[in-house]
Design a protein around this ligand. Structure first.
Ligand SMILES: *[C@@H]1O[C@H](CO)[C@@H](O)[C@H](O)[C@H]1NC(C)=O
Ligand SMILES: *[C@@H]1O[C@H](CO)[C@@H](O)[C@H](O)[C@H]1NC(C)=O
Ligand SMILES: *[C@@H]1O[C@H](CO)[C@@H](O)[C@H](O)[C@H]1NC(C)=O
Ligand SMILES: *[C@@H]1O[C@H](CO)[C@@H](O)[C@H](O)[C@H]1NC(C)=O
Ligand SMILES: *[C@@H]1O[C@H](CO)[C@@H](O)[C@H](O)[C@H]1NC(C)=O
Ligand SMILES: *[C@@H]1O[C@H](CO)[C@@H](O)[C@H](O)[C@H]1NC(C)=O
Length: 797
């Protein structure tokens, strides 16, 4: 519109015209008495152009969010919600009642959320701007969602003094999280940590420095976000022009990691097919703030960007990664911002039993935990610093930098790794840590064996501790016996047991087949419960002699695991001849059909899937109390959920291993093309077989082709692994991703990924990295060195 006018004028123009526009855009009215129910997928109210919709969106298995979302893109990205802290179950209803209320009720009639409007409102409408409004009889607005900020602002939306965006808790948990973006009543605009779970602010990590001048945050039609003074002049530019709102969907969101990001998404696929996703406009760094959250957050109380005992490092994609130092693991691998815990017992402070001999230091360059120090010494040597920390049972970490030595106490906070930090951190770790193992993510699912493990670790300790422990164990068992769920469950697990009849009904007589393999056929089903969960029912063929064992193995392995990159097992049926497993239903099918099907997924989606798969495998290998080798990693066994997140499925071949065992029994498992060479040789089979299969899969994801193509133009290109190494060696990696503009634009990253994949497919299993290392390399926390020729091992045999 008025682009030629000076921006002050055009802004005023916009403000003056807004009420008029809102009326003009209202082409679909929601009349009094209308309602929507959280059940039917397609029940929502769309804006006239269809770009936005208002209605219910299902959030995982947890419930429904009454929300507004971008409705013309596959991601259905949510921009606003009414009940972020209070998801509602299926069957809940939102209604514009005739007696003057806009109300959300759960199925039992409890009021979850409401707007009271008496009798003034004539209708409601979802506008093309993404604003949901209640309109009075005189056509003025009574209520608008734009005035109730959640974590996102949209073009034409403003933020007034004393209003704020509050980040969600995690990527998939919409409740209020740990960061907020506040335009204070004094005019200063700040990013700050919240004193979670309280609603107060804790420490600011970015500020516009506009005390007494900042008046309103504006997100204008041409995609600029800035702060204006009361007289309309701009006092601070937050993100600069990222493309017009005519061609791009835009949103700015304070994400769960504390970064405010301005995203754009091309509206038409013909416009620029290569960037059809939610990228940030990377060309300009000003499209997110702060520039390095890992360094910018320093809070006196609180853990910092990543939680206690962890450290934060910006990845290649400029996103913060939360990592644990050596000797530490995540308190909750599904919620890495909860911080890390040591894998070992702290040093004893008993004077009679000094443990100085039992600890060593793991150095980490360019790493620091500011503000956690309790002693500081100057003009010292590193050896002096090490000894001082070793002799001090309070010392968890020592920092040594240019002759300064700081002792840090537990828990350390505000951890960061960045080249600007300098010096080194010395992490104090107990030498013999073999007895204390990291346990599985979900403490609810922690089985008794973990407890016994910890118990035996303490056995050599004091009698008093043992007594305490047994008391605790007794209480735990007692409690879990008292809180028996309604359905029969297998001991120690939250699995539901189904009858064959129930599953026959759920699958409509095993009608819709989703896929089948040598041992099983998978059917789509819907559980009869009130939520009508869609599920995948896997029916194991009772013809197969091994299926009995396989069943037990699978149920036990999967029942204990819980990770967002694994397909969750919900239940099972073991009735006479019938053995079935009930899984979450994955709406986007398998990676095989996604990757090799008609429409090629984009580079970013592919790399997200690779990282998700790597994380899932890492969890199976390292973060469970029972190590699990998958043995059959391939695109058919990676499923995609509604947000295209990779979910590893099919543990049918996984063998349970005790953590100290390194070898499974013999017999080749797995699928041709993805199988590690040691299956064919007299070499122990370890978790490294999965690393190999992952490497092949990773190459397929990078190159978007199958690992073996009989019809390749060129014989050299038939076997992807060989061809990839040749291209890498000859510095011709672009051949691998021909026509893939996005990958070509990120050649450096692509090269790194190919290098990681080449490390994974080393014929010599001992050369292959662990999945943990793979994840760290992918995230940019660990450098990737030059990989050798993967097949040099055979040639030397
Ligand atoms: C919406 O309702 C208002 C007020 O009743 C009316 O003037 C307008 O024509 C309605 N619009 C549509 C598209 O029904
Ligand atoms: C900001 O203030 C203006 C004018 O007072 C008002 O119209 C608008 O609704 C307010 N916006 C928010 C988000 O509160
Ligand atoms: C989201 O996170 C909050 C805060 O930790 C937690 O209380 C809540 O249960 C989580 N909600 C879901 C649906 O997981
Ligand atoms: C508008 O207000 C700002 C901050 O209060 C001030 O710096 C600027 O000079 C004013 N501009 C005009 C045109 O009055
Ligand atoms: C939006 O703001 C930018 C930066 O101030 C300005 O250049 C542009 O003209 C504005 N667009 C509109 C439509 O007001
Ligand atoms: C203890 O942990 C460290 C770091 O994770 C590891 O390097 C070391 O090998 C472990 N020691 C034992 C005895 O397991």
């Amino acid at each position: 519109m008025s682009l030629a006018l000076p921006h002050l004028l055009s802004f005023l123009f916009l403000v003056l015209l807004l009420p008029y526009f809102t009326r003009a855009q209202t082409s679909k009215n929601v009349s009094l008495g209308s309602s929507l129910t959280a059940d039917n997928k397609d029940s929502y109210w769309a804006a006239p152009k269809g770009e936005f919709a208002f209605g219910f969106q299902k959030i995982g298995m947890e419930g429904y969010l009454l929300a507004i979302w971008f409705n013309k893109i596959p991601e259905k990205t949510i921009v606003w919600s009414a009940n972020r802290d209070n998801l509602v179950p299926g069957g809940s209803k939102v209604e514009l009642t005739k007696d003057g209320k806009f109300v959300l009720n759960d199925p039992t009639g409890n009021e979850i959320w409401k707007v009271d409007f008496g009798s003034r409102v004539a209708y409601a409408a979802m506008l093309d701007s993404g604003n949901f409004v209640l309109v009075n009889q005189d056509s003025s607005l009574w209520w608008e969602s734009f005035n109730y900020l959640t974590d996102t602002i949209l073009p034409t939306q403003t933020m007034n003094q004393s209003s704020k965006l509050v980040a969600r808790y995690s990527e998939r948990n919409y409740s209020k999280g740990k960061f907020q973006f506040t335009l204070q009543s004094d005019g200063n605009l700040v990013l700050e940590t919240r004193a979670f779970p309280l609603d107060s602010s804790n420490a600011a990590y970015w500020s516009s420095e506009t005390v007494s001048s900042g008046y309103q945050v504006v997100f204008n039609q041409s995609g600029s976000i800035y702060l204006i003074a009361k007289n309309g002049s701009m006092v601070n530019s937050i993100t600069s022009n990222a493309g017009s709102t005519q061609d791009f969907y835009q949103r700015a969101i304070l994400e769960y990691d504390g970064v405010l990001r301005h995203y754009v998404y091309p509206k038409s696929s013909t416009n620029s097919p290569k960037i059809r996703r939610w990228p940030m406009a990377w060309s300009s760094l000003s499209t997110f703030i702060p520039s390095n959250i890992c360094k910018d957050i320093v809070e006196g109380t609180g853990g910092g960007a990543c939680g206690f005992n962890s450290y934060c490092k910006l990845g290649d994609d400029q996103r913060p990664n939360c990592l644990c130092p050596d000797g530490y693991t995540f308190v909750d691998p599904d919620d890495v911002m909860k911080g890390c815990k040591p894998n070992f017992l702290q040093q004893s402070c008993d004077k009679a039993l000094p443990e100085t001999e039992l600890f060593y230091f793991q150095p980490m360059l360019n790493t620091d935990w500011p503000l956690s120090d309790y002693e500081h010494f100057q003009h010292r040597t590193e050896d002096w610093c090490r000894k001082a920390c070793l002799d001090d049972c309070f010392c968890a970490v020592a920092i040594f930098r240019n002759g300064d030595c700081w002792k840090k106490k537990f828990p350390v906070s505000n951890g960061r790794m960045d080249s600007s930090v300098g010096g080194k951190a010395l992490i104090k770790i107990r030498k013999d840590n073999s007895t204390s193992k990291p346990s599985c993510a979900d403490s609810k699912k922690k089985d008794h064996s973990t407890l016994i493990l910890i118990g035996s670790a303490l056995l050599s300790g004091s009698v008093f501790l043992n007594l305490l422990l047994f008391l605790a164990a007794f209480l735990l068992v007692f409690r879990s016996n008292n809180s028996k769920p309604l359905n029969p469950v297998m001991p120690g697990m939250n699995l539901q047991s189904f009858t064959y009849e129930e599953l026959r009904e759920a699958t409509n007589g095993f009608k819709e087949e989703l896929g089948s393999g040598a041992f099983a056929t998978v059917y789509k089903g819907v559980l009869k419960s009130e939520d009508r969960y869609p599920v995948a029912v896997k029916k194991l063929n009772n013809m197969v002699r091994e299926s009995d064992m396989e069943f037990t193995a699978e149920v036990r392995a999967i029942g204990r695991t819980n990770h967002r990159n694994l397909v969750q097992l919900l239940g099972f049926c073991n009735e006479g001849q019938h053995r079935l497993l009930v899984y979450e239903f994955m709406s986007n099918g398998s990676l095989a059909s996604f990757l090799f099907g008609g429409s090629r997924p984009n580079w970013y989606q592919r790399m997200r899937i690779a990282l998700g798969t790597a994380r899932g495998l890492c969890y199976l290998h390292e973060e469970c109390s029972t190590q699990t080798i998958h043995c059959d990693i391939k695109p058919q066994n990676i499923l995609l959920d509604d947000s295209f997140t990779a979910r590893i499925s099919d543990f049918g071949l996984a063998k349970l291993l005790k953590t100290d065992q390194t070898r499974t029994t013999t017999g080749i498992r797995g699928t041709k093309g993805y199988v590690a060479p040691e299956w064919f040789r007299n070499i122990p089979v370890t978790i490294k077989v999965d690393v190999y299969s992952f490497g092949i899969l990773f190459l397929e994801l990078v190159c978007c082709r199958r690992s073996f193509e009989a019809e390749a133009h060129d014989e050299d290109q038939m076997i992807l692994a060989d061809w990839a190494y040749d291209c890498y060696k000859d510095r011709k990696l672009e051949l691998l991703v021909e026509n893939d503009e996005e990958a070509l634009n990120e050649k450096k990253r692509m090269e790194k990924y190919v290098m990681i994949a080449l490390w994974c497919i080393q014929e010599d299993p001992s050369l292959r990295p662990t999945m943990k290392k793979v994840v760290q390399m992918m995230e940019g926390a660990v450098e990737v060195s030059v990989p050798p020729d993967p097949s040099s091992f055979i040639s030397s045999m």
